[in-house]
Each structure stands twice: as C-alpha cells, then as structure tokens.
Design a protein around this ligand. Structure first.
Ligand SMILES: Cc1cc2nc3c(=O)[nH]c(=O)nc-3n(C[C@H](O)[C@H](O)[C@H](O)COP(=O)(O)OP(=O)(O)OC[C@H]3O[C@@H](n4cnc5c(N)ncnc54)[C@H](O)[C@@H]3O)c2cc1C
Length: 337
C-alpha cells in the first residue's frame, strides 16, 4: 500500500512536487506538516502504516486527465485544441479603477471573485497573499477587502490547497472558489475526481496562465544582486519577454532569458500553459497592457462571466492575439519532459 514513504521517494525527492499543499490538507491526523516550504512528516506514526491518504491526494501519483476532462467538459481535448477546450476567449478589464490599480493586469480575477461573493455563489476563496519580502503566502479570503488585498501576481510556489482544510473545517465554508496556477488546478481537479472529503466545497475554479514559476530564493537573489532591495518592490510583472521589478522610484528590467535559472524544477514537467481544466482561465498573454485575456471553458464559467458583463463590472473586447496564446501553449507542451 503506497504511503508517505512512496510520496517522498516518487514525488518529493524526484523534484515533481509542485508544493500545492494538497497532501498536508488531506492528512486526517495532521501527521504531515508544512515545514520550511515543503510537506514533511516529522515523526513516523503508527497510524500512517495503514494510511495512503497523502499519497492518493497527490495528483502527481496518478492523474487521469482523460476521465477528468470527461467529467468537466463531457469529452476529451482534441490534439489541435492548443489552449484546451473552451467556449469563448475574450479580452477584459474591470470597470472599477480602484480595483484595476491594485490588480496585476485587467483585474478580471478579482472582479469575478467579488461578484461571486456578492451574489453569495461563494462564501470564500483560497488565494495568494505575500509577506513584505514578497514570499507568497496562501490565505482564505471571506470578505471583499480580503479578496482585493490578494490582488496581484506573486511569483513563487504558494501552497494554496493547505488552506482548503482551513476554509472547510475552521471557517466552515461550503462554497469555495480556488484561484491558482495550472498545477493548483490539476491538484484540485484530482481531489474532486477522487472524491476527496473536502472537495465538495469547491464550487468554482479560476486558473492563471503560467509559462513557469520562479523559485522564490533564486528570484529574490537575482533582484537583490541587481541592486533592488526586496522590501522596496511594489510590483513584479513579466511582459514581452522582460521580467520587470517596479519600485516607487525605479523600474528594473531583466531579459526573461536571464531568469531561466530561477525556474522551479517541477515546471520542467508541466505541459499546461493556460490552466486547461479551470472553469475560467486568465492571463495577460494575447492582450494589450492593462487588459486580461480570458478563456471561458465551462458553462458555469461562461454564465458567471456574462453576468459580470451585463452588470457592467467588466469591459470586454475581442482578444488581440489569440495566436500568441496558442503559440506559448504549444511551446510549453513541447518543452515538458
Ligand atoms: C507564477 C505565475 C506565473 C504567471 N505566468 C504567466 C504567463 O506566463 N503568461 C500570462 O499571460 N500570465 C501569467 N500569469 C498570470 C498573470 O500574472 C495574472 O495573474 C493574470 O493575468 C490575472 O491578472 P488579473 O489582473 O486578472 O489578476 P488579479 O485581479 O490581480 O488577481 C490575481 C490573483 O492571482 C492570485 N495569485 C497571485 N500569485 C499567485 C501564485 N503564486 N499562485 C497562485 N495564485 C496566485 C491571487 O490570489 C489573486 O487572486 C502568471 C501568474 C503567476 C502567479
């Protein structure tokens, strides 16, 4: 029976762990803990001998993509569907300038979350905040203030699924939205597919595009050695093959090709650029600055988005460059090992 030992040897030690936190959230007796940014079992416990929950909770141990696509879309992705199965792709931007100012791109993720909360379609969301040093930190947002405070991209792994347990057990939430990278989305879909006990509370999944995530320590070292203190950073973005660090007074631009060494090892095995299994996927690729590219995949995702448009919460227009989005998706699929 595969248990923690196998999770350690087959996933963690082989560099396949995406640090999503699902295994720790799944551990029924809290023997598995999140220590120094990774899942660790400090002591071998008798109860672990006949337990395989942490192993089964990890999508890296078994991921039945075809069955999951069948469940979400009723069919499999065709080979020529480069950005996955979808109903509509559009450019969008939040109408409220106060939200736009705080957001990474078009503020679409934050706008959707605020709408879902306002309409009581969700009672909370697992999101990513950050420390003053730009370390990503997972959180449960239950108010519009908390949702807005989590706006913006933080590069680095964030164990958002750790907070699934907090949301369901401690905060007693019934209707949760998960926001995450393609790896988080896969982890969530795996938990739903395998009927994991916390999964019924997950009602909506928003995925972010991702060419690859940066390893926090390497990224901070790269920024610091170029003369910017991490405490001064106000925003980090990637645009047109340039990694940009914005402070109050300066802007540091680093060609993306110089950041190759910062990429997290687990990203080498990821073939999903546009979070193909989300209800709605959002990124910047394909749209002009200040706008988001939005891929509406499920019926539920399309319905929610249409309501935001009707209420005037979002401005929308045709996507500028769908081909660029497809190109990046193909590149990531081809590069994955
Ligand atoms: C590591 C990373 C790599 C990305 N790479 C690309 C890319 O290659 N191409 C592209 O087009 N877009 C990429 N994006 C997405 C892009 O940066 C924006 O998140 C997206 O365009 C949504 O913008 P927005 O203004 O709608 O989001 P906002 O309204 O600002 O909301 C952003 C949401 O992202 C969540 N979030 C922030 N950091 C993380 C994180 N580390 N893990 C999980 N969730 C997080 C927050 O909880 C927040 O709810 C990446 C994002 C991340 C986090």
């Amino acid at each position: 029976m595969p248990a923690y030992e196998e999770l350690e040897s087959e996933v963690i030690e082989r560099g396949l762990c995406t640090y999503c936190g699902a295994c720790v959230a799944a551990c029924p007796l809290f023997h598995l803990k999140w220590i120094d940014g990774k899942p660790i079992r400090p002591e071998t416990k008798a109860a672990c001998e006949d337990c395989e929950v942490c192993y089964r909770a990890c999508y890296r141990t078994a991921f039945d993509k075809e069955a999951i696509e069948e469940e979400i879309f009723g069919r499999h992705r065709n080979k020529d569907e480069d950005i996955g199965i979808y109903r509509r792709a559009v450019a969008a931007k939040v109408s409220d300038e106060r939200i736009h100012e705080k957001a990474q791109d078009g503020g679409v993720v934050t706008a959707i979350l605020l709408y879902l909360l306002e309409e009581k379609e969700i009672d909370g969301a697992t999101l990513t905040g950050r420390t003053a040093d730009w370390m990503p930190t997972p959180l449960v947002a239950k108010s519009s203030e908390e949702i807005i405070s989590a706006a913006g991209t933080k590069y680095g792994a964030s164990p958002n699924l750790l907070k699934l347990r907090t949301a369901v057990i401690d905060d007693v939430l019934d209707n949760i939205c998960i926001v995450g990278l393609p790896c988080h989305v896969k982890a969530v879909r795996h938990l739903q597919h395998t009927n994991f006990d916390l999964a019924p509370a997950i009602k909506f999944v928003i995925g972010l595009f991702c060419h690859g995530n940066f390893e926090y320590e390497r990224m901070i070292e790269g920024i610091t050695e170029r003369g910017v203190k991490k405490s001064e950073v106000e925003k980090i973005s990637v645009s047109k093959s340039v990694f940009q660090v914005h402070t109050r007074d300066t802007e540091l631009s680093i060609p993306l090709k110089e950041t190759g060494g910062w990429l997290s090892d687990y990203c080498q095995t990821c073939d999903d650029y546009s979070a193909e299994l989300a209800d709605i996927s959002v990124g910047s690729k394909g749209s002009e600055e200040g706008w988001s590219s939005v891929i509406l995949r499920t019926e539920k995702g399309e319905e929610v988005f249409s309501k935001l448009e009707t209420k005037g919460y979002l401005k929308t227009k045709e996507l500028d460059n769908l081909e660029a989005l497809k190109r990046d998706s193909i590149i990531k699929r081809q590069k994955s090992v």
